[in-house]
Design a binder for this molecule. Sequence first.
Ligand code: HGY
Ligand code: MN
Ligand code: MN
Length: 439
Amino acid sequence: MNVECSLDRAREAVDRCLTLAKLSEEDNRTTRTFLSPPMREAQRLIRGWMEGAGLTVTIDAVGNVRGVVPGSRSGAAPLLIGSHIDTVPGAGPFDGVLGVMLAIGLVEALDGETPEFGIEVVAFSEEEGVRFHIPFLGSRALIGTLDRDTLQVQDDRGITMAQAIRDFGLNPDRLDEAQVRSSVLGYVEFHIEQGPILDNLRMPVGVVEGIVGQTRLEAVFRGTTNHAGTTPMHLRRDAMPAASEWILEVERQASAVPGIVATVGSITAVPGAVNVIPGEVRATLDVRHADDLRRATAVHRLIAHARAIAERRKLEFDWNTRLDQHAIRCDPALTDALARSVELSGLPVHRMVSGAGHDAMVMASRMPVAMLFIRSPEGISHHSAESVRIEDVAAALRSGSHFLKQISGTLQLSDSLTARHDDAVRHVREDSGIDNAGQ
Ligand code: HGY
Ligand code: MN
Ligand code: MN
């Protein structure tokens, strides 16, 4: 893909992201959560772009939009390329969707020249965890870890996930069919960095070597609801100052441990009226670190501190963990191929770890994964000011195009790997006489 062509395709990918950004549950900002009404039009547009690229499209039981082009080599394991199409409240136009638009652009750039391996482009219906407070629903459906119990989790309006799927016109009983069945070459995700590193380094793209682990939980402080005017201060069991004390401790502890980031992103007071002492305060916590033990230790310390605050203030404290996602390493072979592709595009290679979570960390439990970051100017994301530069998106497309050619080359390797694997299994079976025993 030459520079001119990549710039045209980059403009088209960005235009498509800006079109999707208008599809929102809210008038004045971009908010598109799991199987919400605007997701229907988003699916329709994405389906059209995928079909225009020659992909055969299906929509699975959780609303993932999946486009497939078979490989010219029958039986060759496909490569999955994807990202998510849901957003946080008040999102920017590129988080997630840019990766899907780049995947479609790469298939369009094949101009009908079917690669030896097949390609499946996946637009995941849910990664952010906004509606049901459980993230990665789309990618978890593909690897088979979205269990029946989770389908009974309710959103803030009391609608279960299964009901939300049915309300959208899909069938939760067909969840199993969403799973990736055959062997796959791997999963690749293109995504904006969402942080300041590439912008500070003045680099267009970054090769991701790993993704930090993350814990998401809800902390609940319970006291006594009472009248704000008639309850003397010394007789109160006010949940708000307790939560406030803890939130400051979250910031203090996270600032004291290198590599830890911790965020209280939302707080809810019950009953939530100006003249009522809150009897209950619910605060969400997001803790991340590249090392899982450091992360677990930080979470443990913060829970112990919350307990101590509650005890001193004669309150109750409870918490529920919503996500405990371990850190992952990207596949070295795929990542090296991606780094070579960046070099072949005439770009500097910067290897880095992702502080943001991505579907790649879920897919990594079932297949090799690789990720390419695109610069986030001023490091802004999860905000309407999120942006990209056309020339950086074009650089990612050229790198992706080289990558697909490299993977073709790797196919020989992966075939010989498969052959060697099958040989080894055959020897073991022959030596141990399993086959004779008909086991
Ligand atoms: O929260 C994250 O890291 C991602 O943007 N979902
Ligand atoms: Mn996000
Ligand atoms: Mn994202």
